[in-house]
Design a protein around this ligand. Structure first.
Ligand code: DX5
Ligand code: ZN
Length: 220
């Protein structure tokens, strides 16, 4: 059985009680905490930045998985790394020099990820896949939590898993982000997903820790 990582997105947590939300995640079966950074330019929404990441870093015992939905992410890589990011994912659509940006993330001591929007084909990974630690397939258009899952993400996951195998990148993590629920988690895992991000499904549930455990159980 392949290992599965659940990465709850704090975008959907209670911001008035972010400390206790992070403590809850520390006690949960989630291995990563997903941090969505939005700049209001690359995506039509603004979320939060360095001070919030630094505050989370002070209490989190899990890997901080930072998803940058921002223009010119290369200008901020080292600052995100210093603020506590362990995984940094930039968008393919925001990076004209994506190969250089991947090296920059690695030089900062982080795992390097590249994300693609629903309208971007997985084939854009072809010439960078050997260098990547993580590939993030967006299963909603980025910018907001609580959107409906786009089923084509399952097909893209399969195609990407085949591409990674062909390229010999056996350690590549395939992460799926947006609209993940128990209705699609098993299909995504079977298609080749290694990391499932879940925001509203976890935080809007009565018992978030139990919901995280339930999502993880699709790998059993
Ligand atoms: C969307 C973000 C997601 C979001 C997921 O732009 O990248 O990480 O928080 O939220 P849900 O799980 O509610 O779709
Ligand atoms: Zn995200």
């Amino acid at each position: 059985m392949r290992n599965l990582i659940i990465a709850p997105s704090v975008l959907a947590c209670d911001f008035l009680n972010i400390g206790s939300e992070v403590h809850m995640l520390n006690e949960s079966a989630a291995d990563w905490i997903h941090i969505d950074v939005m700049d209001g330019v690359f995506v039509p929404n603004i979320s939060f930045g360095f001070p919030v990441l630094e505050a989370i870093h002070k209490v989190a015992t899990k890997v901080l998985d930072v998803h940058l939905m921002i223009e010119k992410p290369e200008q901020y890589i080292s600052t995100f790394a210093k603020a506590g990011a362990k995984v940094i994912t930039v968008h393919y659509e925001a990076c004209p020099h994506v190969h250089r940006t991947i090296q920059q993330i690695k030089d900062a001591g982080c795992l390097a990820g590249v994300a693609i929007n629903p309208g971007t084909p997985v084939e854009v990974y072809e010439d960078i896949i050997a260098d990547l630690d993580l590939a993030l397939i967006m299963s909603v258009n980025p910018g907001f939590g609580g959107q409906k899952f786009i089923p084509n993400a399952i097909n893209k996951t399969k195609r990407l898993a085949e591409m990674a195998a062909k390229a010999g990148n056996t350690s590549l993590k395939i992460e799926i982000d947006g609209g993940v629920t128990m209705a699609n988690a098993a299909d995504l895992y079977q298609a080749g997903a290694d990391v499932l991000v879940a925001g509203s499904f976890v935080f809007a549930s009565k018992d978030p820790k139990a919901t995280i455990a339930e999502l993880l159980s699709v790998a059993n």
